[in-house]
Design a protein around this ligand. Structure first.
Ligand SMILES: [Mg+2]
Length: 208
């Protein structure tokens, strides 16, 4: 955890203003078992609804899911199966009091995609395309947005899009490579929520 730096990315008084919470899916919302595409395989990560309810109730800004889904391009499952699972997932978030505003996915893969899915896609993370599209669709201020992901490619996509606060959550995965980084790191979603509360508390104090 880099709590010492917790005030760094977002200016006090502005946190959440015009922003969104961007969530990666596999490894953040659900346990990453590899190409999850059935409800029976979809296990929500502990703490995810506490995190999303905090964002909806206290920050009162949209939640956006951005997910590489090369399993579609690789032919492991199809767009219809993905859409069915996504609709079910969104109903669960709504039932938990934290509706998802938009879900973006990228089915392509530059080497392993089949047919039209084999391409360099500007939506595939670490490219920032999905985030930039969401910003255009929802009129977001990315500097005051947050991204939570479990891979460095999520952090890179966030950085390239100009997302102000980027949080890498490990969720039991092995330690990422050490060295200087320009993102926060959290062990699990409970720690992510604590980090957001800290930023939000700092931002909610208005000296005027
Ligand atoms: Mg992931």
């Amino acid at each position: 955890m880099h709590y010492a730096d917790a005030q760094r990315p977002v200016r006090p008084g502005q946190f959440g203003s015009g922003g969104a919470l961007f969530l990666d899916r596999d490894g953040v919302i659900n346990v990453d078992r590899g190409y999850v595409h059935r409800i029976s395989e979809f296990q929500f990560v502990q703490g995810v609804f506490d995190l999303t309810r905090f964002w909806i109730l206290e920050v009162q800004r949209p939640i956006v899911v951005i997910s590489n889904q090369s399993g579609i391009g690789r032919g492991y499952f199809d767009e219809e199966e993905y859409a069915d699972l996504t609709q079910w997932m969104c109903r669960r978030f709504a039932a938990e009091g934290s509706p998802i505003a938009r879900v973006y996915h990228c089915p392509s893969h530059p080497q392993h995609g089949i047919g039209r899915y084999r391409r360099d896609d500007p939506w595939r993370k670490p490219a920032p395309g999905m985030i930039l599209q969401a910003a255009a669709d929802l009129n977001l201020d990315l500097a005051y947005s947050v991204i939570v992901g479990d891979k460095l490619s999520d952090m890179e996509a966030g950085a390239r899009a100009g997302v102000g606060l980027r949080i890498l959550v490990r969720n039991g995965a092995s330690e990422p490579g050490s060295g200087p980084s320009d993102h926060e790191t959290a062990a699990d979603l409970t720690r992510v929520l604590a980090l957001l509360r800290r930023h939000f508390a700092a931002g909610s104090i208005d000296p005027q």
